[in-house]
Ligand binder design. Structure first.
Ligand code: ZN
Length: 289
């Protein structure tokens, strides 16, 4: 049921999650309180799941809304076990078309025009609200939702100082969420990420993690041909880190950041090596495998 089965998830990742770009660059809050809530508008139905609320646009079938609900429940469980649980009840808005979603982002939610121009979909916001395009479930929801839980642990907007770590971890959680219902597809996607990174690395396509750390660095890459690569690199690097050290250590970094330790220091304290040293290890691994 997920289109990402046939179209690599990374395709979607590349157009998503650029919200922090605007948040960081504008300096002004993008999210404005709603006067008219979509679920109180005509044309939207509401489906309650165990841990969330699905608000679905007319034209979205109940089955499709239920699938989003199931995907969210998977994400809630997977991300909950890995990183933690929300302090609010998440609300997911499901649209019948990407155009309708983008138009609503601008007109109802007051996101900047930039999102429509680049067909970008924001991560779950601080109020635990997310926007879901058609035919997307576990992987997409797990990715966007985990961004919010990462912020819950490490602090709102803290990810602007550890972007590669944030995006890589979100993708890890997205694949883990996807794997609940489609383990083979999720594993195939993961292997595909690795293969692409190995191939790219061999042809000299590598960007130092130190150059993918801040929001402005990440943003700058988004407007270059590297826009897909940076998500791949982040996903594989964090996949490697978790395989070597375990997810609890990754969470320990987030907890330290949440208590005020700069990311680079938190990383070094938890893993006993600097980001540069870790990156060198990873490259050596890539070369030898
Ligand atoms: Zn992301």
């Amino acid at each position: 049921m997920i289109k990402a089965k046939s179209i690599l998830p990374i395709f979607f990742v590349s157009i998503l999650l650029m919200e922090a770009v605007s948040f960081a660059s504008s300096g002004a809050p993008i999210y404005l309180p709603l006067i008219l809530r979509p679920f109180s508008r005509p044309g939207f139905g509401v489906l309650e799941t165990s841990h969330g609320t699905i608000v679905y646009q007319e034209g979205v079938t109940l089955a499709a809304a239920q699938e989003v609900g199931a995907g969210f429940e998977d994400a809630h469980q997977v991300v909950g076990e890995d990183l933690g649980y929300p302090e609010g009840r998440p609300r997911l808005y499901v649209y019948r078309s990407l155009d309708d979603l983008l138009n609503d982002l601008i007109n109802t939610w007051h996101y900047p025009e930039w999102f429509r121009t680049y067909q970008a979909i924001p991560r779950m916001n601080k109020n635990y609200e997310a926007w879901i395009p058609p035919n997307m479930a576990g992987w997409f929801i797990g990715h966007e939702y985990s961004h919010r839980i990462i912020e819950r642990v490490a602090g709102l907007n803290s990810q602007t100082k550890y972007k590669w770590f944030d995006e890589g971890l979100a993708e890890h959680e997205g694949l883990r969420t996807w794997a609940v219902r489609s383990p083979l597809e999720a594993e195939t996607a993961r292997q595909n990420y690795w293969n692409q990174v190995k191939t790219g690395f061999q042809s000299g396509q590598w960007i130092a993690l130190q150059a993918l750390t801040t929001e402005s660095q990440w943003t700058a890459q988004m407007s270059t041909p590297n826009k897909d690569w940076i998500y791949l690199e982040a996903a594989v690097v964090v996949d490697y880190l978790i395989a070597q050290k375990g997810l609890s250590q990754v969470k320990a970094v987030l907890i330290k950041v949440g208590s005020g330790t700069p990311f680079a220091d938190a990383f070094q304290q938890v893993f006993g090596r600097t980001v540069d040293q870790f990156e060198a290890e990873f490259k050596a691994y890539l070369i030898s495998h």
